[in-house]
Ligand binder design. Structure first.
Ligand SMILES: [Zn+2]
Length: 314
């Protein structure tokens, strides 16, 4: 989950800058999700520092520098977070002093300022001087969840990298795995990004097929369900996902709002076409009823047949 930076053009662009020694003095990343925000900054810092230049993979895990950074102990990397609601001038002054102490060696130095929209005026002025007269080898990584809240004098001095869309899917998967609170699922990889994402794709395909083909779906269940679901706990989670999907279909029909599956708007839209609100409510009831049976029922295949039949009769 932590290395999505790996998968996109932004990563390639940053990598090329590093390879060609053409990095900027300051970067401003806009990332809504707070966890992804810091992970991205740390990963980028590792790319800048890595001794092995093993940066194609991002997960160097080999060189001592990357390890020290992972342990939050690298003196050439400073991280500033808001203290309470603001970032104070003293924090920027301390940062400069810390870097001055290190100035003897000519190593690269990087500082990360999280939530840089929270710099108070004095702190921002102090930072601006730093940004206006960049010293060689010092790179700023500024982070925000909303670029429009960052002072223009700061944004104008940074290379701006907007990553909100990239993390949208990750946010959706996080949301879903948080909703599937089943202890039994913690022991396997069902909630890994890759498997969860595949499972959701599969479920949408199944439901759309079912809505369209009704009872005829029974002969296709094996193909549609792929035998990907290994345990009862996973099947329960699939029912939970289906319930969440139909709740979103209902949301979508009532107020064009999708709570969970915003990345699947087209699929939700298709499902809504087959239904009325009353039908959707009926289907949610069926799913809840059958989900309850999973724990006590020996035969999962029979349950899936039952799902198809009951849905077709709504
Ligand atoms: Zn490394």
């Amino acid at each position: 989950m932590s290395n999505k930076l790996n998968d996109n053009k932004i990563f390639e662009m940053l990598l090329n800058q590093i390879k060609n020694n053409k990095t900027y003095h300051a970067y401003l990343f806009e990332i809504a999700d707070s966890k992804s925000r810091m992970t991205t900054a740390i990963n980028f810092a590792k790319m800048l520092f890595c001794k092995e230049k093993n940066i194609e993979k991002l997960n160097c895990d080999k060189c001592d520098i990357c390890n020290i950074i992972d342990n939050n102990n690298y003196s050439e990397l400073k991280i500033i977070e808001p203290e309470g609601l603001i970032i104070k001038k003293e924090q920027i002054v301390d940062l400069k002093a810390d870097f001055n102490k290190l100035a003897v060696n000519n190593n690269k130095k990087v500082y990360i300022i999280n939530n840089c929209e929270k710099l108070n005026n004095n702190a921002a002025n102090s930072l601006l001087k730093f940004l206006e007269e960049p010293e060689d080898g010092i790179i700023a990584i500024l982070l925000t969840n909303n670029i429009y809240q960052v002072l223009k004098t700061i944004t104008s001095r940074c290379q701006i990298i907007k990553m909100n869309n990239i993390f949208k899917e990750e946010r959706m998967l996080n949301k879903i795995s948080n909703l599937l609170v089943l202890d039994q699922l913690n022991n396997n990889d069902f909630l890994s990004d890759e498997r969860l994402s595949k499972t959701i794709d599969m479920i949408f395909k199944f439901l759309n097929y079912l809505e369209k083909n009704q009872q005829r779906t029974i002969v296709e269940i094996d193909n549609l369900w792929n035998n990907n679901i290994l345990t009862k706990e996973e099947l329960v989670a699939c029912y939970d996902i289906m319930i969440l999907i139909y709740k979103d279909v209902l949301n979508y029909m009532i107020n064009i709002k999708i709570n969970v599956f915003d990345e699947y708007k087209n699929e939700i839209d298709k499902l809504s076409v087959f239904n009325t609100k009353e039908k959707v409510i009926e289907k949610i009831k069926i799913l809840l009823y059958l989900k309850d049976k999973i724990k006590y029922n020996a035969n999962n295949n029979l349950l899936m047949d039952k799902l198809v039949i009951e849905f077709s009769e709504v």
